[in-house]
Ligand binder design. Structure first.
Ligand code: DC
Length: 226
């Protein structure tokens, strides 16, 4: 496979937020959990706090799902994924989320994304990866693992507010049903199902504000670092 012109060889500009701390040793923080539990917000805040690079692995599956929605073959779309595919508008919609969850059950799709994610995780300077299988499959040796979760109702309401805020016309019941359908598909698939790693710190954000959830995540990581 020629990875030069695709996302795997591109430096992944789109997904990286990084402040330089001068640290050169690899250090991996794996953040997993179901849809809309707060992983993305927590991961970005953690990466900014510790000065690590951040990879939103869900965006890889969303970009592939979006290509499949326009008629591409899932495996071809994965192998040919380019950095600019991660920047196209509309990757955050509910339809693309379902398409992402569907392509994510295909073993060849997951296998083709493996090396790229592992290399990102071990880059010098530290990395935060968020997804579903980071602590279990991609980086079982991660120095810190968090599993961020919340009830389906709370997650559905958060996602509903986000979608309505962006102008989508959708009902709360439909969003909660979408969240449950995606949970079921992500947890029941054979390949790399969503589940907490045995050594993960479980963070339930159901009753937490964003700032409290971020503070708890940073405290849990700081404790592991010391
Ligand atoms: O995190 P997200 O909602 O953007 O993820 C979209 C879908 O991608 C999710 O429903 C399942 C899949 N996914 C996955 O299977 N493994 C990951 N590491 C990240 C996402």
């Amino acid at each position: 496979m020629a990875f030069h012109s695709n996302v795997f060889g591109s430096g992944v500009v789109a997904m990286v937020t990084r402040t330089d701390t001068g640290m050169t040793e690899p250090f991996t923080i794996a953040i997993d959990g179901p849809a809309a539990a707060g992983k993305g917000t927590i991961s970005k805040a953690v990466a900014a706090h510790f000065g690590y690079a951040h990879l939103d692995t869900g965006l890889l599956y969303r970009a592939i799902g979006a290509k499949v929605m326009t008629g591409s073959d899932a495996i071809e779309a994965t192998v040919g994924l380019r950095a600019e595919d991660l920047e196209v508008d509309g990757l955050r919609t509910a339809e693309v989320a379902q398409a992402a969850s569907k392509v994510a059950v295909i073993p060849e799709v997951r296998a083709a994304l493996l090396d790229f994610q592992r290399a990102f995780a071990r880059r010098a300077g530290g990395a935060v990866l968020d997804g579903r299988d980071i602590g279990t499959v991609i980086c079982p040796q991660a120095e810190v693992k968090l599993f961020v979760t919340a009830s389906a109702e709370v997650r559905g309401k958060r996602r509903y507010d986000e979608l309505v805020g962006r102008g989508d016309t959708i009902t709360l019941d439909d969003v909660i049903e979408d969240v449950r359908a995606r949970d079921a598909r992500d947890m029941e698939r054979v390949e790399a199902p969503l589940k907490p790693a045995e050594d993960a710190h479980v963070l339930d954000t159901s009753a937490l504000s964003i700032s409290d959830a971020v503070a708890e995540a940073i405290a849990a990581i700081t404790q592991k670092l010391s």
